[in-house]
Design a protein around this ligand. Sequence first.
Ligand SMILES: NC(=O)c1ccc[n+]([C@@H]2O[C@H](COP(=O)([O-])OP(=O)(O)OC[C@H]3O[C@@H](n4cnc5c(N)ncnc54)[C@H](O)[C@@H]3O)[C@@H](O)[C@H]2O)c1
Length: 316
Amino acid sequence: MVKVGIIGLGAVGDRLLKQFLGHSETQVYAICDSNAGRLQEVKEQVKNVELYTNYKDLLLNPEIDLVYIAVPPKYHHRIALDAVQAKKHVLCEKPLADSYDEAKEMLEAVENASVTHAINFPLAYNDAVNELKKRVIDKEIGETQRVELTMHFPKWPRAWQQNPWIAGREQGGFVREITPHYLQLILELFGDIKEVQSYIQYPSNENDCETSIIARLMLSNGCPVLINGLSGIGRKEEISFKIYGDKGTVALKNWSQLEGERIEKDSHVINVLENNEHQDLISEMVKAINGDKCRLITFKEGFEIQKVLEKLLQSK
Ligand SMILES: NC(=O)c1ccc[n+]([C@@H]2O[C@H](COP(=O)([O-])OP(=O)(O)OC[C@H]3O[C@@H](n4cnc5c(N)ncnc54)[C@H](O)[C@@H]3O)[C@@H](O)[C@H]2O)c1
């Protein structure tokens, strides 16, 4: 049984708390949130769990094997370094860090400490995404000509996402929140990103996050990636990731809907709505801790993603 300490019990921490509770090989041993009211709420739902308001106290607990870090991005760095120092395995939320230097230091720390390390990228365990990858790798869509990421929001942050940091320039914004998921996919499918040209627009209040990004990335095979992000527009939310090949196209819409077409057949649409969960993050994490073969997105990939993310955020 892997004993888990969760640090940060907001929207995402709560999501993974349920997954850890529902998993036969993990035990939620401790939870930390700096908001004592949040701990009070969880006390009602989860029995036999140690509760802390200071993560350093949680890290002192020798029973805990794995620490899951689900605090806002600017706290990932310090907490991850302290967790590694305490010899815990670490699962961190994305983006890995709040800067290039932080991400580099975090990568060096996990590599030197030889602990299991991973980042929560749910798309890596999503059936629709696996099917998308297969179509690209098996060249069912032919040679890739272009990749396109569209992120359109009537309002950012969304109504269900109100918290003190997500609308701020320091650590929020949809570029930091959404793009890393797709950068992970791009790096996995196509390897290095050679060039990044990015044009970001910010509102006049210097504390507010971006409202627009237009960016062009160049893959090592010479294929461009276009990023088109816009908030505050009169349309419903759309997040779509499209790969155009010379024989067909495949697209992931709103995280889990796969659409594809091929040139020699009638245009058709395929929806993959169910995730069979033959692979899931927590099982893979447990396998890694037990020394078994597993599939994790590690801090190494998180660092590569952070490098591109920082370039995107350094607008021309
Ligand atoms: N993997 C995904 O699909 C996904 C989706 C959304 C957000 N995220 C990431 O998850 C992280 C958390 O996002 P969220 O939406 O849950 O945020 P949130 O603001 O809803 O929750 C953060 C929680 O952390 C607590 N906290 C803050 N600082 C703390 C500290 N120093 N010690 C202990 N607790 C602390 C807050 O009280 C809060 O309860 C962010 O990095 C975000 O980018 C990941």
